[in-house]
Design a protein around this ligand. Structure first.
Ligand SMILES: O=P(O)(O)O[C@H]1O[C@H](CO)[C@@H](O)[C@H]1O
Ligand code: HPA
Length: 294
């Protein structure tokens, strides 16, 4: 798992980790949630908690940045069995995209059906404010344009097809549900929809880069999510993406403010509680919808 290429994980690696975990909990999660920077609190809403530290799970990549606790939490949200990742790993930490997306295929093998991916992101869209929550409707895989793509390399048909469709990566039904839940919780004035762009990081954008992203049609920018969503869509998982806008990305040379990670974490912590309410409500309603449709 330590080679830096996109095929460093075999089917057997995913299977071994899945079995290791399933042998240690009776829970069989249907929903997986990935908590972005400073958003680990999302997992605090679960009952009947069973937690594992990433470093104790075989093959599991270990988070190295603050704001990513590195704990895998199994539990129930209003009867729905769930698994929460308190923290993720990123390309800029030196992990391959195979390692970055390792948990997604493991979730698939566990029987997870839906993934809720969250992140902290910079706002590119001039209308966005710090603290807004953006329901991701689409993404731009900028590293993918340069060949840094989690599906490069031999395709394992047990997970999905060689040329997956990505125009519907973010489930329309889940997006609608997220907006409805946000509205019902009184958050409609800061719920947005938009396009997320992944950059590799770790530096924040230059002003020229930010201007380019604006022209390209990006509403928010971050250093994660896209590889996870791509691999999730490839293996047939239903995906919802939520970006918390933690800072405005400057497209103006006269602006003096400078973004820093402390500010990102501060805003995440400030908004984590409301995001937690949205995510838990969403999971409950997903469950109701699936009961009603079966
Ligand atoms: O996307 P998450 O993991 O929330 O983290 C975001 O916050 C960090 C930078 O502020 C980057 O890692 C960026 O991707
Ligand atoms: O402005 C940003 N750029 C990239 N990633 C980020 N994550 C939080 N804010 C940002």
């Amino acid at each position: 798992l330590h080679e830096n290429n996109n095929n460093c994980c075999s089917f057997e690696d995913y299977k071994l980790t899945t079995d290791w975990l399933l042998n240690r909990t009776n829970l069989r999660p249907k929903v997986a949630v990935i908590c972005g920077s400073g958003l680990g609190l999302l997992a605090d809403a679960v009952s009947n908690k069973v937690s594992f530290r990433y470093q104790d799970i075989p093959n599991f990549p270990v988070s190295t940045v603050p704001g990513h606790e590195g704990c895998l939490v199994f539990g129930t949200v209003d009867e729905t069995p769930c698994v929460f990742m308190q923290g993720r790993v990123h390309l800029y930490e030196g992990y391959s995209l195979c390692q970055v997306t390792f948990p997604i295929r493991m979730f698939k093998l566990m029987g997870v059906e839906s993934v809720i991916v969250t992140n902290a992101a910079g706002g590119i869209c001039p209308d966005f404010k710090v603290g807004d929550i953006m329901v991701i409707k689409d993404h731009i895989n900028l590293p993918g344009f340069a060949g840094e793509h989690p599906l490069c390399g031999p395709n394992d048909e047990r997970f999905g097809i060689r040329f997956p469709c990505m125009s519907d990566a973010y489930s329309k039904q889940m997006r609608r549900l997220a907006v409805d839940v946000g509205t019902d919780l009184g958050c409609s004035n800061f719920i947005r929809e938009g396009v997320y762009c992944m950059v590799s990081g770790p530096n924040f954008e230059t002003i020229a880069e930010a201007r380019m992203l604006l022209v390209l049609g990006c509403d928010a920018v971050g250093m994660s999510t896209v590889p996870e969503v791509t691999v999730a869509k490839h293996c047939g998982l239903r995906v919802l993406g939520l970006s918390l806008i933690t800072n405005k990305v400057s497209v103006d040379y006269s602006r003096e403010e400078k973004v820093n990670y402390e500010e990102v974490l501060q805003i995440s912590k400030m908004r984590a509680e409301v995001l937690q309410k949205i995510v838990t409500q969403l999971i409950s309603r997903l469950q109701q919808q699936s009961i009603n449709t079966h």
